[in-house]
Design a protein around this ligand. Sequence first.
Ligand code: FDM
Length: 212
Amino acid sequence: SGCNSESRGALVVLEGLDRSGKTSQSSRLLKYLEGLGHSVELWRFPDRSTNVGQMISSYLSNKSQLDDHTIHLLFSANRWEKRSLMETKLKTGTTLIVDRYSYSGVAFSSAKGLGDEWCKAPEIGLLAPDLVLYLDIQPEKAAERGGYGDEKYEQLEFQRKVAQCYQVLHDASWKIVDACQPIEDIEKQLQELVLECIMACQKGKPLANLWS
Ligand code: FDM
C-alpha cells in the first residue's frame, strides 16, 4: 500500500481562527487515515500536559498574567520540548496531524503588536510542516458560530487582528480551505490534500526546518 516502514510520515498542521473547525476536522482526518491503515497521531499546541503547558493554560484562562513577550516564548518553548519526539515519530513513519503550530504563535503575538521578525525568531529550527491547512473564515462568521468561551483571546476584535496577521504568513506549504462550506465538503478536500502530501513524503520529500 506504500505504507512501508522505510518512508517517513508527514507533518500536517491545521491553522485558523477560533471556531474555524480545526479541532473537529483534525479528528475526522485522524479517523480517516487510521481507517486507511496509516500510522498517524493527533497532536495539538499548546500541549497543556507539560509544565510549560500548564503555565500557558493558566494564562489563557486568566488565572495568571504574563508579559506578552514572556507568554510568546512559553508557547515556543512548548513546541521545542516536543521537537525531538516529533522528529522521531516522523522518521519512523508516523504522520502527525497538528492542531495549531508556529503560525498561531506568530499570528496571535503579532496581533498584540509584537514585531513579526521577533515573533518568528524563536521558531527557527523547529520542524517545518509539509502541509498547512488554513481553515479560512471571516472573524464575524466565526463569532456567529458561538462557543467563544472565557479564554483570553476569544473576542471578535482581537480575532480580526489575528486574521490579518495570519495573512502575511502564507507560504508554499499552505492550502487555504473555505471553512464556511458544509463540514463533509471540507472533510473531503482535506483528505485529498493530506493523502497527496503523505505520498510526497513517502517518495522522499526531505524534512525541513522553519522558516523555509
Ligand atoms: N495560541 C496558540 C497562541 O497564542 N500562540 C501559540 O503558539 C499557540 C499554539 O492559544 F487562542 C493561542 C491560540 C488560542 C489559544 O489554543 C489556545 P486552543 O486551540 O484553543 O487550545
